[in-house]
Design a protein around this ligand. Structure first.
Ligand code: ADP
Ligand code: MG
Ligand code: ZN
Length: 475
């Protein structure tokens, strides 16, 4: 019997570099300006114009390369020849056999390492808008073209085929995005197109050679990426099981019908007639430049996760650790834990109650005070949440907020008394609680907790009440 199918995925991510000007001219690199205002003879490909390489683009490319642990090589720009109306020169200046960054990797929060084949520099194309016919060129009445984006610096980051599921793929893009932001290489906004993903997908049985891949374009959200991979893997499996053969091709993801469609049968490298760009010299940043970049690299997300997990005494792969780093709240968490806040509660607040604007401005020692009040039984979890929301809004001290809200300390004695009162006032329910099975007990726990909450105006801690009820029933 054949073993189960396995999906194999390699991603090509195009990211616009956060330079102030374009890759080969001085035009502004800015999103959202009036169409065709940021153009000049170079990025319009007018005869006689010559490209001059942007130093800042090289700096950002090297930064990302080193953050991914790549070797930075002497590289050569190449012309990739093809026609499309949004590319005025009829060729794209890219890098081909000698890219700037090669052989790196990144680590997902799960601990899985994903190989990076290369991350090379190239220029972006302009933007076509097909009018009428649902935005597709095939049935459009006419097309508009905006060259503001033509010549904007891009890094194409090509992963090895190391990913095995839609979840893996989303985690990879999320991690790569965090790294791009950490090193300041790009603003990496999928919704604005400054980070674009193409997915190569194939299926096989583990242990056998990889299957033929299809490359899927037009994935402009993490959700589309996941849906497209799942759809495409299923499509290929159904084909093979029906005795058909998967063709290598480029496919288009259609968000509306939830399917991929043939765009073109895969072109080969020869089709592009690559040759070294005669108007640019080879690029060799040299050791000094690379050393300077290395020395200035910030702490990267994977290192930040490790540091937080260590301080909190939890495993790196635990969900809240990655969430804290992703939201840029790991410094806050580390400092609050260092100031005496219980690590689990600090992480719980970060995960569930601090996905809000302004959370990063919280004073860590105040967050620690809040958590200490909570663990000391002065505040219930619900009260702590309300106090925290107020802390984010006003920056005030948790003690003052709790007082203003009338969240008084509920001492152990008062709590015990409230539980005993509730038991005395409801003898029938109590008998059923003591004698009942787990199910009956579960229901009656809710009833008694409700009674105690009512009597204490919500100041009791539900968990503590439950524990007391069990204690009383046992003896
Ligand atoms: P192309 O120029 O044809 O797009 P690239 O080298 O730019 O080729 O990209 C190839 C991508 O396809 C890489 O991300 C690689 O990991 C991925 N890939 C290669 N073989 C497979 C396969 N069998 N299944 C899935 N992905 C693959
Ligand atoms: Mg490619
Ligand atoms: Zn220009």
């Amino acid at each position: 019997m054949a073993s189960a199918w396995e999906t194999v995925i390699g991603l090509e991510v195009h990211t616009e570099l956060a330079t102030s000007t374009k890759l080969f001219c001085g035009c502004p690199n800015r999103f959202g300006d009036q169409p065709n205002h940021n153009v000049c003879p170079v990025c319009l490909g007018l005869p006689g114009s010559l490209p001059v390489l942007n130093r800042q683009a090289v700096e950002l490319a090297v930064r990302l390369g080193r953050a991914l642990g790549c070797d930075v090589h002497r590289s050569v720009f190449a012309r990739k020849n093809y026609f499309y109306p949004d590319m005025p020169k009829d060729y794209q200046i890219s890098q081909y056999d000698l890219p700037i960054n090669v052989e790196g990797s990144l680590e997902l929060p799960s601990g899985q390492r994903v190989g990076i084949e290369r991350a090379h520099l190239e220029e972006d194309t302009g933007k076509s808008t097909h009018m009428g016919g649902g935005g597709r060129i095939t049935d459009a009445g006419y097309s508009l073209v905006d060259y503001n984006r033509a010549g904007v610096p891009l890094l194409e980051i090509v992963s090895k085929p190391d990913l095995r599921s839609a979840d893996d793929a989303r985690a990879y893009v999320t991690e790569l995005r965090s790294i791009l932001l950490a090193v300041g290489a790009s603003d990496a906004k999928m919704e604005e197109g400054s980070l674009r993903v193409d997915a190569n997908v194939s299926v096989h049985h583990p242990g056998e050679p990889f299957g033929t891949r299809c490359e899927i374009k037009n994935l402009n959200s993490l959700r589309s990426l996941g849906r497209a991979i799942d759809y495409e893997a299923r499509r290929q499996i159904e084909m093979i099981e029906a005795g058909e053969v998967v063709r290598q091709e480029t496919r288009h993801w259609n968000e509306d019908d939830g399917r991929t469609h043939t765009l073109r049968v895969k072109e080969e490298a020869e089709d592009y007639r690559y040759f070294p760009e005669p108007d640019l010299v080879p690029l060799d940043p040299g050791d000094d430049w690379i050393d300077r970049v290395d020395a200035a690299l910030p702490e990267l997300p994977a290192q930040r996760r490790t540091a937080l997990a260590e301080v909190a005494g939890v495993a790196v792969a635990e969900g809240p650790v990655a969430i804290a780093v992703e939201r840029g709240l790991d410094d806050l968490a580390r400092a609050a834990i260092a100031a005496g806040g219980d690590p689990r509660r600090v992480l719980t607040h970060i995960e569930h109650n601090l996905a809000v604007e302004g959370a990063e401005k919280l004073d860590p020692s105040r967050l620690a005070s809040l958590v200490i009040m909570e663990t000391g039984g002065e505040l219930t979890a619900t009260q702590a949440k309300a106090v925290l929301a107020e802390m984010v809004a006003t920056g005030d001290d948790p003690v003052a907020i709790a007082e203003a809200k009338g969240f008084e300390a509920m001492g152990a004695d008062a709590l015990t008394a409230a539980v005993d009162d509730a038991i005395a006032a409801n003898p029938d329910e109590w008998t059923r609680f003591v004698e009942g099975d787990d199910k009956a007990r579960g229901k009656l726990t809710g009833f008694f907790v409700g009674q105690v909450m009512k009597a204490t105006k919500g100041q009791a801690d539900g968990k503590a009440v439950t524990a007391l009820l069990r204690e009383r029933a046992a003896g």
